[in-house]
Design a protein around this ligand. Structure first.
Ligand SMILES: [Zn+2]
Length: 209
């Protein structure tokens, strides 16, 4: 009886060891997965505030929007909001700071400033970026998600020579959301639009990696 008891206890002990080993291996596997780092760069800073229309600045609207942009993301995603306090930076300083974060994807968020036009978002790429093709692949994913918001009648892409994108050593694009010259867009992004954009942006992030 005593022997049985000991064997039984030993079995329980062994089972405990076995389970701990499984738990440890699972954790070790998790720790080995390199997180996917997305750097969100809000266009402009407290000195260069971008477009200013009816005493509303692109910088202020985007600061608030970008701060709400990311909802709950998967554990292996690391989202960094670059320069949240809006320190004035040159393009080279901005690029150097972002590259030091070793990002897997960089998204620079701006608002458009066309004269008029549809309610649109745009993805702006630069074909001189060293990861141009992967930038395009990520851009397509983001477009698919942003198009879920019926507010935006178009989500278009364009390729221009945006200097920052060329200096980033990772896939990168600019997201131009709404139009500073359209009062309705400024209003939308400062009211219920911020939440809608955030839901779609977060779904996009969770599809990465
Ligand atoms: Zn801008």
């Amino acid at each position: 009886m005593i022997i049985f008891e000991q064997i039984f206890k030993m079995k329980k002990y062994l089972l405990f060891i076995a389970l701990s080993a499984v738990a440890f291996t699972a954790k070790a596997n998790c720790d080995n997965v390199k997180p996917f780092t997305v750097v969100v760069d809000r266009g402009h800073d407290s000195v260069d505030q971008g477009a200013i229309v009816d005493s509303e600045s692109e910088y202020e609207i985007l600061s608030s929007l970008v701060a709400q942009l990311t909802g709950e993301v998967k554990d292996n995603l690391n989202v960094i909001y670059h320069n949240p306090t809006g320190v004035q930076l040159t393009i080279d300083e901005r690029a150097a700071q972002i590259n030091a974060l070793k990002p897997d994807l960089v998204i620079s968020v701006h608002m458009g400033s066309s004269k008029n036009g549809p309610r649109q978002a745009a993805i702006v790429l630069n074909d001189k970026n060293s990861s141009f093709e992967r930038s395009q692949e990520y851009a397509v994913k983001l477009i698919n998600h942003l198009a879920q918001d019926s507010y935006f009648s178009t989500v278009r892409t364009e390729i221009t020579g945006v200097a920052l994108l060329e200096k980033i050593n990772a896939p990168a694009f600019m997201l131009e959301i709404g139009n500073m010259n359209a009062k309705r867009d400024r209003y939308y992004l400062q009211t219920n639009g911020a939440k809608r954009v955030s839901v779609n942006f977060t779904a996009f992030l969770n599809e990465l990696n």
